[in-house]
Each structure stands twice: as structure tokens, then as C-alpha cells.
Design a binder for this molecule. Structure first.
Ligand SMILES: [Zn+2]
Ligand SMILES: [Zn+2]
Length: 267
């Protein structure tokens, strides 16, 4: 079966991708028979990590044009991964106004604890009770972003804290956050968002996808229209990682492939 397009990929234009390379990612896409790719660089406005910043949209778009010229048989879409856009409406508008972006992802990576933004990767350092609160706060924040008027189309890595699950609070179980996630899914359906299946941690199979099949089924149940696939690769070698398994579970959850190489999978 034809692989679905990878609509969540980072290159050297993202601050956290030292191994990223747009050119090598295009080469890799052609090698593995990927029909299309969207380069969705980070537009982050919090500064939690050293070097964290937004993307230089103009320079990035020029790089995309060079790659389109060089790799004519690959469909290359532009894009951006907005971090907490509802906290930064002006900055977000500036990024989106700087050029045409085909795939706009909405992401929450952090929550505010007190006044301080804390990234989900730092939840592990919190005492267990605070870590649990931070995870609930994450889903609340995600709901705020979805209910905001920020113009994004794809909801990225729905249960992102799963990637950095703290010790001492028991294993991650989707059921424990079912009402939180369903509220987000209902709001996402209402505004016609596309749910992303993020496969970046695919070493342990479906269990580490964001989200897994159970949540994809909830998405189908609440009337969710479409699903997108994203490897969240920060390295060309990780492009479309886990996609074979991902396509199976998305189909099992009730979504169908499209013959159009740049289309989402739909119910
Ligand atoms: Zn992200
Ligand atoms: Zn990403």
C-alpha cells in the first residue's frame, strides 16, 4: 500500500533539529516511496530550552523552493508547528502572515505552573502529585488552544505527556484521561480539525504513538472527520517512521486512505 504523506517533519530550520536536513529528507522521501511531505518547523515563543525560537519563515520558504526545484517528483508542502499559539496571538499572526503555509499544526508542549511555563519533558522532575496535576493541566491547556480562534488545521500529538511519562505515578492509561481527551476531541470535531497520529516514538510499536488506537476510536466515535500522519522526524532517517503500523491502526479505527497523495485519511 502507498504510504500516507508525512505532514509533521522538522529540518535544519527548526531550532531543536541539529541533525535536520531538508535536502536529505527529500532524498529519503524518494528512497522510501513517500508521496508527499510537509516541513512543519517549530514556531515556539516560550523560551524554556536554550536556543528555543521561532522559524525564519522567509529563509525557510526559499529553502523549500530550492528543494521543489531539485526534487520535482516529490510533493513538498510548506508548514509550521505553532507552540501554544493561543498564548501568543500576535506572534502567531506574524508567522502565518510571512508566507503561504499549507499545513499548520497546533501544539501544546507546556503548561503554566504558577507563572512559569513548564515543558512536558520537565514533568518527570516534579513530585508525583504535582506531575499528575501538570498532566491534567496539559489537557486543559490543549482544550483552551482548540477552543481559541487561532488558525491551525491539525491537532498535533494529542497525548504528548505520554512521551515523558513521570516515574512514580503508575503507567499511562488512556482511560484515566478519557473525559479530558474526549472534551478536546469534541471541541476539535466542532471546529473541523484534523487529528494527527504522531509516530515519533515508534520503537515500542503502537503503545507509544500519540495517540494510540483507543483514542483514535474515540475520535471516530465523536464524529472526527480526518486523520493525518506525522513522524515528527528531526532527522532525515526518521522520516515516516512507524507509518506501516500507523496505517493499520488508523484503518482499524475506521478511517480510509485517499488516492490523492496530499489528502488526509477520512472516515
Ligand atoms: Zn511538538
Ligand atoms: Zn514537531
Amino acid at each position: 500500500m502507498l504510504l500516507p504523506p508525512d505532514f509533521h517533519v522538522h529540518t535544519e530550520w527548526s531550532w531543536d533539529a541539529p541533525r535536520g536536513s531538508m535536502e536529505r529528507t527529500c532524498e529519503r522521501a524518494l528512497q522510501i516511496g513517500l508521496p508527499a511531505v510537509a516541513f512543519t518547523e517549530h514556531a515556539d515563543f516560550v523560551t524554556i530550552h536554550a536556543g528555543q525560537r521561532s522559524v525564519d519563515v522567509r529563509g525557510y520558504l526559499e529553502a523549500v523552493e530550492r528543494c521543489r526545484h531539485q526534487f520535482k517528483s516529490l510533493r513538498i508542502l510548506t508548514g509550521v508547528e505553532l507552540g501554544e499559539p493561543h498564548w501568543f496571538p500576535e506572534e502567531t499572526a506574524a508567522v502565518l502572515g510571512a508566507g503561504r503555509l499549507d499545513r499548520v499544526l497546533g501544539s501544546v508542549h507546556c503548561v503554566r505552573i504558577g507563572d512559569r511555563p513548564v515543558d512536558a519533558s520537565q514533568f518527570r522532575g516534579l513530585p508525583p502529585a504535582e506531575a499528575t496535576d501538570a498532566i491534567r493541566a496539559y489537557f486543559d491547556e490543549l482544550l483552551s488552544m482548540v477552543e481559541s480562534t487561532q488558525p491551525f488545521e491539525l491537532l498535533a500529538h494529542l497525548d504528548y505527556p505520554k512521551r515523558y511519562w513521570p516515574d512514580g505515578i503508575g503507567p499511562y492509561r488512556e482511560e484515566d484521561f478519557e473525559s479530558d481527551m474526549r472534551a478536546v476531541l469534541v471541541a476539535a470535531e466542532k471546529r473541523g480539525l484534523v487529528l494527527e497520529l504522531n509516530t515519533t516514538r515508534n520503537d515500542a510499536g503502537e503503545e507509544r504513538f500519540c495517540p494510540g488506537i483507543k483514542v483514535l476510536r474515540w475520535w471516530h466515535e465523536v464524529g472526527g472527520e480526518a486523520v493525518s500522519f506525522g513522524s515528527d522526524a528531526h532527522d532525515p532517517d526518521k522520516l515516516a517512521g512507524g507509518f506501516e503500523l500507523a496505517t493499520q491502526i488508523v484503518q482499524a479505527a475506521g478511517f480510509k486512505p485517499s488516492p490523492d497523495p496530499v489528502a488526509f485519511w477520512r472516515r
